[in-house]
Write a protein that binds this ligand. Structure first.
Ligand code: 6R9
Length: 661
């Protein structure tokens, strides 16, 4: 994420518009359209009276006291939504469904990586959350205290989050792949007093310890009183006098707990997201607005039918996508979800499709990077399973290349399912720009339009709205319920980062284009834009051109400094499974790919060099860390790798580069 409000340049429209040559259109299936939760009139209703629209949406929640005012924007950009309203997040996610007689309904079909499974109903969840809340009270947690959660994808992670929410103690979940120092920084930044973790997790068939990283982090956090440890793998762990086993403390608690109501603006959680430089930003979300936003979008964008759907967000809970669409939204809406602990290729490359087949999943939500990985493994893998229950496919995290979109729709959705490409951020809380599956004729590669109740635009350097066919910066022109309220402990950084570049508008940090119909195409972070001989090129466009070549599964493009052209295009590609090894290493293939880019976009976009790599450096959310690839391309020592999902990837790439010299 960009940190400075003035960073970067947006690509110009018109100059290079490969993506806009995409002409394929996919209408919503008639049956889905006829039964859709949301129809086209929602856009008009929201445009006529935006606040009345969001007041309606808030009726999806159970309030103990209704709000007096939908939005107080008098102290902009510090928003207050549903002013005066009171509610409890955990009650809304769990208890009310049990009270309504749906206690036996499955909340989660949980699948462990080694093949162990657990079925957790809403009634089970109510008991588990109540016990965990009672345990936290025993450990001295009070309303407003922060609790850090460093856990893998197991049901106790959801329980821990909801127990915190129930007590009004904001949680901060730190992705289990992050290092001890990343964990320490986050605990210290939000001054968490309790840490909840596990002994270890299952990763690619083996046990990976998590607790040692907590020990290392907590050694430098004197204010942490206790570490609550869930036993997941049973492996040996070192023990300190702050440590307590979850089963010792939680299991003996009462299974009932009466929830208290909190103010709509009471902090719900802090989620850290990295800046390009400097310390991570603690994005603060509060209760009423955030829950309204995620519940509405989950219902509208995924057309969720809680009675019949089986919903699967295949993402990590340590990413905002997991918070909003594994935990809060599906539970608020009373849906049944799948939750999977492990990696997609353990013990075999068909694991996801086997899970869909087994639980009859109807809606799948994942990231483009994962789709491209499946492309690399080949279409014959999903073809072995029954995926006929799927009715909607979602994408999130990066722009989805048209080729990946079409592959996903065809090989996973069997050409029956709409693909909803959802643009949003940790900061926005929930979906902002997305097709609606029963309304929108989808264009592969385009996130289409702002959802009802949200106002987005593309502006030029001067903050003027650009015309159709033009590119610029993506901005959000009106406040929305799920918006971040501030950066934890740093109001000024909140104002500077998001609200200063274009006064009155939220600056998202992404480049975007409007096509001839006014639909939106996301072009990546503005700091990923290159300038080659005075031409501004977007990484996304060149990557999409490379991925459209039959031999390429995944591509990452960066701009490396170049004496003559200012910057030069450097590409890293992963090939599809079927390409023979000798060919993969040959100069012929590189030439073929360079020519392909020249043909698809323009000779200006032709990469100076293309390197075939086994893997790419990615974050927990599957975003390619181009900053590190730039370091490689410019022969610099590598920057901070603490937020990489797998830091050994960079060693492989550097080694390959050395041997290619
Ligand atoms: C949800 C999430 C936010 C950044 C965002 C943008 C990129 C996310 C996208 C997308 C194009 C999409 N992004 N979804 N770009 N199309 N459908 O990813 O949050 O981790 O905070 O990242 O991700 O660049 O600004 P977060």
């Amino acid at each position: 994420m960009t940190d400075t409000a003035s960073a970067g340049a947006a690509p110009e429209g018109g100059a290079l518009s490969n993506l806009l040559h995409e002409t394929r259109r996919f209408d919503p299936p008639a049956e889905l359209a006829a039964n859709a939760n949301v129809t086209a009139d929602a856009y008009q209703r929201a445009a006529d009276d935006r606040l009345a629209f969001w007041a309606d949406a808030a009726e999806r929640l159970t309030w103990t006291k209704k709000w007096d005012q939908v939005l107080d924007w008098s102290n902009a950009p510090f928003a207050k939504w549903y002013v005066g309203g009171k509610l409890n997040a955990a009650y809304n996610a769990v208890d009310r469904h049990v009270e309504a007689g749906n206690g036996d309904k499955v909340a989660f079909h949980w699948e462990g990586e080694p093949g162990d499974t657990r079925t957790i109903t809403y009634a089970d969840l109510q008991k588990m959350v109540s016990q965990a809340a009672n345990a936290l009270i025993e450990l001295g947690v009070q309303t407003g205290d922060r609790v850090a959660i460093y856990m893998p994808m197991i049901p106790e992670t959801v329980v821990a989050m909801l127990a915190c929410a129930r007590l009004g103690a904001p949680h901060t979940v730190v992705f289990g792949g992050f290092s001890a120092s990343a964990l320490r920084d986050r605990i210290q930044d939000c001054d968490a007093r309790i840490v909840i973790t596990v002994d270890g997790q299952y990763r690619r068939g083996s046990q990976a310890a998590l607790k040692p990283a907590v020990d290392e982090a907590v050694a430098e956090c004197p204010d942490v009183r206790n570490v609550l440890v869930v036993r997941r793998t049973g492996q040996d762990v070192a023990w300190t006098d702050k440590d307590l086993w979850w089963h010792d403390v939680v299991d003996r608690q009462s299974t009932t707990h009466t929830p208290e109501s909190f103010d709509a603006e009471h902090p719900l959680y802090v989620m850290y997201t990295s800046g390009t430089t400097g310390k991570p930003k603690g994005i603060l979300h509060t209760t009423g607005g955030y829950l309204t936003h995620v519940a509405y979008t989950h219902w509208a964008v995924f057309d969720i039918k809680p009675e019949t759907d089986v919903f699967w967000t295949a993402a990590d809970i340590g990413w905002v996508t997991g918070h909003s669409y594994i935990v809060y939204a599906p539970l608020i809406n009373g849906a049944t979800s799948v939750m999977y602990e492990g990696t997609p290729d353990t013990p075999h490359q068909g694991r996801w499709w086997e899970i869909i087949d087994k639980y009859k999943v109807t809606i799948l939500y994942t990231a483009p990077t994962t789709i491209r990985m499946f492309m690399k493994w080949g279409a014959e893998v999903p073809a072995r399973y029954d995926l006929s229950t799927l009715r909607i496919l979602g994408s999130v995290g990066e722009p989805i290349n048209p080729e990946a979109y079409v592959w996903y729709r065809h090989n996973i959705g069997h050409d029956r399912t709409p693909v909803v490409d959802t643009w949003w951020q940790t900061e926005t809380g929930g979906h902002m720009i997305s097709p609606l599956p029963g309304v929108t004729a989808g264009k592969p590669g385009s996130a289409m339009t702002a959802i009802p109740g949200v106002s987005a635009d593309v502006v030029d350097d001067a903050g003027q709205s650009v015309g159709n066919g033009q590119g610029g910066y993506l901005v959000l022109t009106e406040p929305w319920p799920g918006m971040l309220r501030t950066i934890w402990g740093d109001d000024q950084r909140y104002v500077d980062t998001y609200w200063s570049r274009f006064p009155g508008y939220y600056f998202a940090g992404d480049g975007a284009k409007k096509d001839e119909d006014g639909d939106l195409w996301l072009l990546g972070r503005v700091d990923d834009v290159m300038n080659v001989s005075g031409h501004r090129l977007s990484t996304t466009e060149i990557e999409s051109a490379l991925v459209s070549h039959e031999k390429v599964a995944e591509a990452a493009v960066v701009g490396a400094s170049d004496e003559t052209t200012g910057q030069a295009v450097v590409a890293f590609v992963i090939l599809r499974g079927a390409v023979p090894k000798e060919e993969a290493q040959g100069a012929e293939l590189v030439k073929e790919l360079r020519n392909h880019v020249a043909h698809e976009i323009s000779p200006i976009a032709k990469p100076r060099s293309i390197m075939v790599v086994p893997d790419l450096p990615k974050t927990r959310s599957g975003k390619i860390m181009r900053r590190l690839l730039r370091d490689v391309a410019e022969h610099r020592t590598m920057g901070d790798v603490t937020t990489l999902q797998d830091s050994s990837v960079m060693d492989l790439i550097s080694a390959g580069l050395d041997s290619a010299k």
